[in-house]
Design a protein around this ligand. Structure first.
Ligand code: HEC
Ligand code: HEC
Ligand code: HEC
Ligand code: HEC
Ligand code: HEC
Length: 268
């Protein structure tokens, strides 16, 4: 009997674990109630559902606070409800989780000018329909609302170039890994450089972006050197491989000729 209970428990646990995070997060009183509301109160639910946050199990209460299990007390400040942040408070609101980005942002021109119309997180990323960030976020239409596009374009150019190098190195390492090379250390270093690279933008400082992307490219260059040397090992291996195959073929031919000669001798 207790064994049955036990295995039932395991089955339930397994089902819970295998459920996508967004499904789990969907089961809160916030979503149940707001899902049935209209306009500005209901819209966030549908917008959030396909976001990178829903995908990673970050739900309404993770951002707004409150009690996701108690309908009556859900939006009570005693249960940690924060409500909607003011424009200037958004960086701290998002920065509870995105610590590194918020730090970089605050030190930069946008963070410094936030009281005077500097762009903050929601201006560029949106609030509920936030997607995985790409360099497409830097474009003339969005970045020329408050100032000219010129400096934004310079930043974009440096970032796009380095982004391409990162992608190339990524593919190279995957290829070498599949061929059986040990690339763990190189992948670790690539990971570090990629993280560092993705932090640079939020400071929006043209000179610094140039300096730092050049530095990242320098570090990537070291990995590329190792890739080139592995590739030359690979072509040497291929060369020796074909030499060995050539010798085998030659041996086979010689053997056939000898046997033929022997058989002919037998006949005569
Ligand atoms: C029983 C229904 C119900 C539940 C449960 C509920 N809400 Fe609300 N929520 C409302 C209504 C109605 C309003 C608008 C009136 C108000 O602000 O009280 C609102 C307003 C809000 C606002 C906007 C406040 C503002 O100042 O404009 C946020 C943010 C919010 N809810 C988040 C949440 C979160 C997070 C949860 C779960 C922890 C939650 N709600 C649970 C009905 C609900
Ligand atoms: C990633 C954090 C985040 C998540 C997750 C999130 N919100 Fe919000 N929400 C915000 C921010 C930031 C604002 C303020 C909007 C602004 O300044 O544009 C906001 C505003 C709101 C408002 C006020 C809208 C208005 O126009 O007045 C409501 C209502 C709301 N959220 C409900 C929800 C509900 C319901 C969920 C879950 C489905 C949710 N939010 C999930 C960050 C979040
Ligand atoms: C002026 C527009 C802008 C503002 C303001 C902004 N971001 Fe970004 N954010 C971007 C762009 C562009 C990228 C992509 C940069 C890249 O890929 O290197 C990005 C990337 C990100 C990423 C992904 C970083 C990674 O490691 O891949 C996160 C998280 C993020 N932003 C959060 C925030 C938060 C939190 C704030 C507010 C403190 C904020 N952003 C303010 C434009 C902005
Ligand atoms: C409760 C923690 C939490 C809060 C608050 C939060 N996020 Fe996130 N955010 C996450 C997690 C977890 C992920 C998914 C993992 C990752 O990519 O970092 C994520 C992912 C993102 C991404 C995609 C990152 C990428 O790799 O491209 C962006 C952009 C982003 N968040 C912006 C914001 C903005 C803007 C706010 C405020 C409105 C915010 N987040 C508030 C936890 C949070
Ligand atoms: C909501 C308004 C607003 C938006 C949208 C906006 N910015 Fe800004 N930006 C500012 C303000 C305010 C300043 C500070 C005053 C100045 O230097 O013009 C600034 C300054 C800058 C600077 C100058 C930094 C320096 O010190 O040289 C750069 C670069 C920049 N923004 C890039 C961008 C990019 C890239 C985007 C689009 C992803 C963008 N901005 C969107 C308001 C905005």
């Amino acid at each position: 009997m207790s064994r049955l209970v036990c295995s039932l428990f395991v089955v339930i646990l397994a089902a819970w674990w295998s459920m996508p995070a967004s499904l789990l997060a969907a089961d809160t009183v916030c979503i149940q109630c707001h899902g049935g509301l209209e306009g500005r109160l209901g819209e966030p639910v549908a917008q959030w559902q396909t976001s990178v946050h829903a995908e990673n199990g970050i739900s309404c209460h993770d951002c707004h606070g409150g009690d996701p299990a108690d309908s009556a007390m859900a939006m009570s400040p005693e249960r940690g409800f924060i409500g909607v942040p003011d424009y200037v408070d958004v960086p701290d609101f998002c920065g509870r989780c995105h610590v590194g980005v918020a730090e970089e942002y605050k030190a930069g021109a946008h963070g410094q000018a936030i009281e005077n119309g500097g762009a903050q997180c929601v201006v560029c990323h949106g609030n509920h329909a936030i997607e995985k960030a790409t360099l497409e976020l830097i474009n003339e239409e969005d970045c020329s609302q408050c100032h000219t596009y010129e400096r934004a374009a310079l930043i974009r150019m440096s970032l796009v170039e380095t982004d391409k190098v990162i992608t190339t190195v990524e593919h190279d390492l995957e290829r070498l890994y599949r061929l059986g090379f040990a690339v763990d250390d190189m992948q670790g270093e690539l990971f570090n450089q990629r993280n560092r690279f993705h932090r640079i933008f939020h400071g929006v400082d043209v000179e610094r972006v140039r300096r730092e992307t050049a530095d990242v490219e320098g570090e990537l260059g070291k990995i590329v050197k190792q890739v080139v040397s592995m590739d030359s090992t690979l072509s040497q291996r291929k060369l020796w491989g074909s030499v060995v195959i050539g010798l085998f073929v030659l041996a086979g031919v010689v053997f056939l000729l000898l046997r033929k000669a022997y058989e002919e001798e037998e006949k005569s």
